[in-house]
Every structure is written in C-alpha cells, then in structure tokens.
Design a protein around this ligand. Structure first.
Ligand code: ATP
Ligand code: MG
Length: 571
C-alpha cells in the first residue's frame, strides 16, 4: 500500500468524546468515525484490523469443525413470537415494519433464524452434531452505547450455534469451542481468562465468558489465587464461613424508632450494632411482581444471582414510589418480618443463619430488634444471592479470591433445548424415536476484540498492535523524497517485501519526517524501516520495532532478511 494513495486520516488532537484509550486511539489512528450514536464507519485501517481478527476467528472455527453460513440481518417477527422473545427481549430489540405493515426485527442474535434453518433441513440424528457459524452484523439498541466499537449498537459478531441429540455430544462441542476460543485469543496476542458466567437473557444451563484483562473493563471478575476458580462477579460464589456465635433471641421482635436512619451503616451505628448483625432488605421489580431479597448487613445483593435464583428474564431495583405504595413505608425501613403477602421473599443462607438480628420494621422510621429468621419470617426461597468480593474465601479450595477487571470478548453457552422446544426442532434418534434437539451457542465480538487489544497494547504515542492484528506488518519510510536514489531503494525494498509475502506499506507521502514517524507509531505498525539520508549514504537502513522501540541497522540489500527475522521472532 502506498500511503500517498491511502486514507490515513490520523488526528493530532485527542477527541473529546472518547473516554477510554481504545476509543480515543481508534479515532486518532483513523480507524473509525461515528455516524450516529453507537454506529460507526470503518475506515481502511479499521477495516484491515477487523478483517485480521475475523480471519483468525474463521480459521479456528473451521478447524473446530464449524461450517460458515451467512444469515439475514432482517428477520421476520413471527420467528421471535414463536420463541417467545418478541415479548421478552425488551427495548434492545429494534423492530421495524415493511411496506405491507409486516413486523420485522434487526437481528441482535440469531437463535431463531438458525433453529428455523435447521428444522427445515435436518431431520435425522445422522446429520448431527452440526455447528454453524457466521461473521456478520448485529444490531442491539443498547441503553448506553459507549467506548467506540466496544459497546456499539451496530457491531460485527461471530456467532455459532451447535445442534445435538444428547448432552454428551453438546459437552464435546462445548469443550471444542472453549479450546478454539483459547487459541483465537492467544493468536490475537491477548492476555485473557475464561470465567464462569451468568447466562442472562440468552438462557441455558452453563456458560463461560472470555475476558481480556484491562482496568477499563466493564466487568469485574473474581479468581482464586490458589486454584483455577474464576467467575464473573455476577455469578461468583464464595466460601461461607461458620456463622457468628450469637445466642438466639428469647424475646419477640421489638420495634424501635430510628428517625432518619436508612443506610445500613447509619442504622448499625445508631443501634450500636455491627452491620453484620442487621438483615439488609432490597426490593426488586421482576416480570412476575415484586421480590424482596435479604442478605446479612455487611454484604450486598448481587442482582444477577438473584435473577438466576428466580429464573426470571430480568429484574431491576424497584422504583421507590412503587415500594412506598406497596409497603406503606419508604425504602430504608423495609424488612422480611410482616412484609406484604404479594411480595415474594428470597433470603441468602447466611441471613437465615443469623440470630437476634435487627432489620427494617416496615413501619415509618423504625426498625425491629431481636429478629429470629424462621421463627419470625419464612422465605419463599433460600438461595445464595449475596455477591462475592475480593478477599472472600474461594468456594472450591482454601484459597482467597482476588479481583480484576475484564472486557468480555467472547461468551459460550450450553443452551439446552429451550429454543428447539419452543420452535419444535425435532429429529429422529438412532432408535427411530423423535427427540428434541439440544443446542450450544457461541459468540465473539470482532470489533470489541480489536478494541480490547488496544486497551492492552498502547503507549503515549499510540497503538502497539500484536503483530497478527496489525493493519500492516511493516512500514517502509523514505524520509527524503527529493533524493531519487533513496526513494528508488525504498521502493525496491517495498516491492521486495510484498514479493516475499509480507504485508508492507510505504510512506511516500510528501510530509515532514516527524509527521511520518509519528503517524506510523500512532497506527501501531510493528516494524518500520527508515531510509534516512545519512544512513542511506552509508548503505544502511534503520529498522525499529514498535513494541520495544529498539533500532537496529541493516544493509539496504539485507533489509528483507532482517525484517523476516524480526517478524518470525514474534516482535
Ligand atoms: P454484554 O454483557 O457486554 O452486553 P452480552 O452478554 O450481551 O454482552 P452476548 O450476547 O454474549 O453479549 O454476545 C457475544 C459477544 O458479542 C460478546 O461477548 C461481545 O464480545 C460482543 N458484543 C455484545 N454486545 C456488544 C456490543 N454492544 N458492541 C460490541 N460487541 C458486543
Ligand atoms: Mg448485552
């Protein structure tokens, strides 16, 4: 590529709107431009990088035995009604009508379409297992699109779906995909970690997220410093310690005034109790009405764990006005004793093991003392809903949990048969019996992976691409365009590199040396070969690696070999 004929589009200034490094550098390096909120143009440099990620993903998917397909972005609403997600998916699903007034959606994910495809063309166990994937555009009307390609509304995803007649076959493919994901993120040069994850709105029995470790990550992960346990905080468990040695209360609950004391710490201080002697109660809205969650006062409720325990599609903290309506008292004075019947109660086991506890009285500016779980209230469900945190004991060994932030670049699910059942995907098994198929699904965000690579690989001068993702492997930079011999030699090296199958570019722009060098650094090309006037007179070029900034000299006619050696050393 001759940069004189290329759209480099680099920016000197930091764009104001970008909060994270990858977004800032993608804009500055001329990779992306925003068209509308969460919707981006990909410029040539951005396109090159995304194609590299795609190619790695494609090779590993093919190697894992998955078959590439291309599915429509525009999907008929009927399929979504059939699966039940037309009503359940919520506002992330962009709905539209055609000229005949028929409903369609822009695909945020493709379970419906793929099940429909497979049910029409697969009828026998002999055609299974089958794993189909595509690398294609998705649309999700995210509440908060941000961070550039990291959380867009329109974005490219690799999504794969596998079909099986039994769990053993699903497990085998799941493991094969898990391994393929590991190879993909290794090949992308990323520092990543697979963690146990919540299954969220997609559903299913088990899942893993692949996290790229970065402080800017939106997810918190907890991992054991001794064993291999690692989980998203949304799902992480922790080792439950023996409960406090508090004797059971002999007396019945006693109501005390706690004027103005709402936060657990304030109530605890006011009552001269440790926060862990209080029961913390929060009320959530769910599709099936209000739910109160209770944990020990020194803990927090993890909403995703509560959602998983209830098996609902979503939940969110209830609106304070709605709570006041139902309880007759403001949030802050709520508790499990004598709560309204209609509100279901879910208690963490540690809260159930407490004795002589204090909690909100469901009365204005008042709390109860001497509360005994079981004696004074009965939960509808006892489930682990307290969130784990750094410093907690590991649930699998005697180690301790540490925490890190991560960017979720991939997610794999054992889906089970929910979609196949709702959409009647049945196949004949070996005994001629009709069985419902079982499924797995597997996603990777292509743009998010590129963004995550920048979060992990940059310095104050710009991007430092891991070689496999770089837009160009090598930049040849003639600094003095008036020197014909120098330009001819640089052009010769550029041709020779291309001839050797090395993806080179030549910066033949009529720009000052400083501009050229800083652009090449900004866009993160791993190796640059500089033709300067003085060194060229001595018959040498200067070869610099972007990552460590080291410069070596090589004779002009040995430059291809020197570059090849650097490339194969992985720098
Ligand atoms: P998140 O929790 O970040 O919203 P998700 O759980 O909704 O992600 P999945 O449905 O599992 O994501 O999608 C698979 C992959 O697609 C994710 O691992 C991520 O890499 C990518 N992805 C999801 N949403 C976006 C988005 N808005 N922009 C860019 N990539 C995305
Ligand atoms: Mg999402």
């Amino acid at each position: 590529m001759r940069l004189s004929h290329y759209l480099l589009a680099t920016l000197r200034e930091d764009p104001k709107e970008a909060e994270v490094v990858s977004h800032r550098l993608m804009l500055r390096a001329g990779m992306i431009r925003q068209l509308a909120s969460g919707i981006y143009d990909l410029l040539p440099t951005g396109t090159r990088v995304l194609r590299r990620v795609e190619q790695i993903v494609r090779e590993e998917m093919n190697r894992a035995g998955a078959l590439e397909v291309i599915l429509p972005v525009v999907q008929p609403a009927e399929l979504w009604q059939e699966s039940g997600r037309w009503d359940k998916f919520g506002p992330e699903l962009l709905r539209l009508k055609d000229r005949h007034g028929r409903d369609f959606v822009l695909g945020p994910t493709h379970e419906e379409v793929i099940v429909d495809l497979v049910r029409r063309d697969v009828s026998s166990y002999r055609q299974l297992p089958l794993n189909l994937y595509q690398i294609h555009t998705k649309f999700r009307d995210e509440v908060r699109p941000r961070f550039g390609l990291m959380r867009g509304r329109e974005f490219v995803m690799k999504d794969a779906y596998s079909f099986h007649t039994d769990d053993a076959s699903l497990d085998e493919t799941y493991q094969r995909m898990y391994d393929a994901y590991g190879r993909i993120f290794d090949r992308c040069g990323l520092d990543w970690r697979a963690v146990e994850a919540d299954t969220g709105a997609i559903g299913g029995s088990a899942s893993h997220e692949f996290m790229v470790l970065a402080d800017s990550g939106e997810d918190e992960i907890l991992f054991c410093t001794t064993c291999s346990y690692a989980a998203n905080v949304e799902r992480a468990e922790f080792r439950r310690e023996a409960s406090d040695e508090v004797p059971p209360a002999a007396e019945m609950p006693e109501q005390v005034a706690t004027p103005g004391q709402k936060a657990i710490e304030d109530v605890a201080a006011y009552l001269h109790l440790e926060p862990r002697r209080l029961i913390k109660s929060l009320v959530f809205e769910t599709p099936d009405g209000l739910v109160m969650g209770c944990v020990r006062g020194d803990r927090d409720i993890e909403p995703a764990r509560l959602r998983a325990a209830l098996g609902t599609a979503w939940l969110e903290l209830a609106d304070p006005e709605r709570v006041t309506d139902v309880f007759g008292v403001e949030p802050g004075y709520l508790g499990p004793v004598r709560k309204p019947e209609a509100v279901r109660l879910v208690c963490d086991p540690d809260a159930m093991r407490m004795h002589d506890a204090a909690t909100g009285a469901n009365a204005t500016e008042a709390h109860l003392l001497h509360v005994e779980p079981t004696r004074d209230f009965t939960p509808d469900l006892i489930a682990e809903i307290a969130g784990a945190r750094k410093g907690d004991g590991c649930p699998r060994c005697s180690g301790v949990l540490d925490s890190a932030r991560g960017i979720e670049v991939g997610h794999i699910f054992r889906l089970g048969s929910a979609y196949a059942e709702a959409m009647n995907l049945r196949v004949q098994d070996a005994d001629g019996k009709e069985v419902t198929a079982t499924m797995g699904c597997y996603g990777i965000g292509i743009g998010r992976t590129a963004a995550a690579a920048i979060e992990q690989n940059h310095d104050e001068r710009g991007i430092i691409w891991p070689a496999p993702l770089a837009p160009f492997a090598v930049a040849v930079v003639p600094l003095d365009l008036r020197n014909d011999a120098l330009c001819a030699a640089a052009g010769g090296l550029y041709d020779a590199l291309l001839g050797a199958g090395i993806d080179a570019c030549i910066d033949d722009r009529n720009e000052r040396p400083g501009v050229k060098l800083s652009d090449i650094e900004l866009i993160g090309i791993p190796i640059r070969v500089v033709f300067g006037r003085r060194s060229f007179e001595r018959g040498v070029v200067e070869i610099t690696t972007r990552r460590d900034g080291e410069t070596i000299e090589a004779p002009v006619d040995g430059a291809v070999e020197a570059v090849r050696t650097l490339l194969s050393s992985g720098r």
